[in-house]
Ligand binder design. Structure first.
Ligand code: SF4
Length: 263
């Protein structure tokens, strides 16, 4: 940081009184000030992103780093790949979170105090696992608190609501294979369930057309999935010319084009 010729530092790590953070990008500004940029692969600002940058700002400002501003860079859902390579200035949208992060500082100090109180306890509090273990992000102690489940466990049904999970538990149903036909599931969940119960993969009727349209705009032809295993294409950045990362409904493209499940 003392070398003024260094314009930016990626993944710089800082620690203050037991709190450690890593900053995606620190960009040098005038007068030894720095711009903090957190990079996310989502298309919008989420509430927990604010907390994420707020804690980074908290630690940096107490480690002798003077922040000029705090920003979030996330994916621009409207970006369409025009040439061969992604233009990062167009691909990302930048949000200035400086003021909102400053407003969070008092609450953050309070929250840190209470978290350190928990850490100082002789043993972990006896709390049940639940949606808070994965929302907004998967807890790093997830494997410790959630022993591995069988591959066909109902917990693997995508986006299964906690109340549906409870209902299945009360019915004594642990395997997706045992979910009754009349149990209320979303269309998507029912597809997964049917594929697992029948052993037959499911292919969208639109899938072939989607691939053909992609083939029409690119020389890089994706392989049509032929196996029965679950297959997904994750496109946080567009790889095909004239496409972007999200479909017209704002969903990540990979969700809209492919689903198949193993039997
Ligand atoms: S996985 Fe994390 S959030 Fe869930 S109970 Fe364990 S420590 Fe708490």
């Amino acid at each position: 940081m003392s070398n003024s010729e260094v314009p930016a530092i990626f993944e710089a790590a800082f620690a203050h009184e037991g709190v450690i953070v890593k900053v995606d990008i620190l960009q040098r500004r005038n007068d030894n000030h720095w711009r903090l940029i957190e990079v996310k692969s989502t298309a919008d600002l989420k509430e927990h992103h604010l907390e994420d940058v707020a804690i980074q700002s908290y630690v940096l400002s107490r480690s002798g780093v003077t922040l000029a501003s705090v920003w979030l860079a996330h994916v621009n859902r409207a970006y369409v790949l025009a040439g061969e390579t992604v233009d990062p200035r167009q691909f990302f949208l930048f949000r200035n979170l400086t003021r909102r992060v400053q407003q969070l500082q008092p609450a953050l100090t309070f929250q840190l105090r209470s978290q350190f109180r928990v850490l100082a306890m002789p043993k972990a509090p006896d709390l049940p696992t639940g949606p808070h273990c994965t929302n907004p992000v998967t807890c790093e102690f997830f494997d410790h608190c959630n022993p591995p489940l069988p591959n066909d466990h109902v917990g693997y049904l995508p986006r299964l609501h906690a109340s549906a999970m409870e209902q299945l538990e009360e019915m004594g149903v642990e395997s997706i294979r045992d979910i009754p036909d009349d149990f209320e599931l979303s269309e998507f969940q029912r597809r997964v369930c049917d594929a697992m119960q029948t052993g037959q993969p499911w292919f969208s009727a639109d899938l072939k057309g989607e691939f053909e349209s992609l083939n029409a705009v690119t020389d890089r032809k994706p392989a049509f999935p032929t196996s029965g295993s679950r297959t997904e294409i994750f496109l946080p950045e567009p790889v095909y010319r004239k496409t972007n990362s999200f479909n017209s409904k704002g969903n990540a493209l990979h969700r809209s084009i492919i689903f198949c499940a193993s039997g």
